[in-house]
Design a protein around this ligand. Structure first.
Ligand SMILES: [Zn+2]
Length: 182
């Protein structure tokens, strides 16, 4: 049952906490606002640009930027048609953790700062979410998107396998990175 309103859950966290659809949407949007504050992603006079693609992460990024814009009045524009001083991308825990592991395996640790929530003009409002959470949000909000088949390379498959035994491994990698640099 949903921890808050005792109806059927749509999501269960690894710590067994469960949420219904409405509470999940609320959790997701609150966490976006927390991410913006925590990493100072956006200032009031920023113009935030984003690219529109057909996949679910791009659809959620657009929805979330609209949500932020309504809340705080910041300007959002679609690239490449307009000029922006910040560029929002749809990156999340999964690709960031994967990139960190790849860079460590290749002995490229100098590049790790690229995997933080802000990198110059680039900001990552979905930084603290798993892809499965982003997909669920897209479905619950009935956003339009098309499913793309993901092809994983060797390291990607290795991480996927590790996660079956250690469900929090990707989140742990991203958290360690944040502790290291922020
Ligand atoms: Zn609920």
């Amino acid at each position: 049952m949903c921890r808050l309103c005792q109806i059927n859950p749509v999501y269960e966290f690894t710590n067994k906490r469960k949420l219904c659809g409405r509470c999940f949407i609320h959790y997701f949007e609150k966490k976006v606002l927390y991410t913006l504050r925590k990493f100072s992603l956006i200032k009031r006079d920023d113009i935030v640009g984003y690219k529109k693609e057909n996949n679910f992460k791009s659809a959620v990024l657009e929805e979330i930027l609209r949500f932020i814009s309504e809340k705080s009045g910041i300007n959002i524009v679609r690239l490449p048609n307009k000029q922006a001083n910040k560029i929002a991308v749809d990156s999340s825990i999964d690709p960031e953790a994967e990139k960190v592991i790849k860079e460590l395996i290749r002995g490229n640790a100098v590049n790790l700062k690229k995997n933080l929530p802000v990198e110059g003009k680039i900001i990552k409002p979905l930084y603290l979410f798993l892809d499965e959470e982003i997909l669920l949000y897209a479905k619950l909000k009935k956003l339009k998107f098309s499913i793309e088949k993901e092809t994983k390379d060797k390291i990607g498959r290795f991480i996927g396998e590790s996660e079956k035994n250690h469900p929090e491994i990707k989140r742990a990698i991203v958290n360690s990175l944040l502790e290291l640099y922020l």
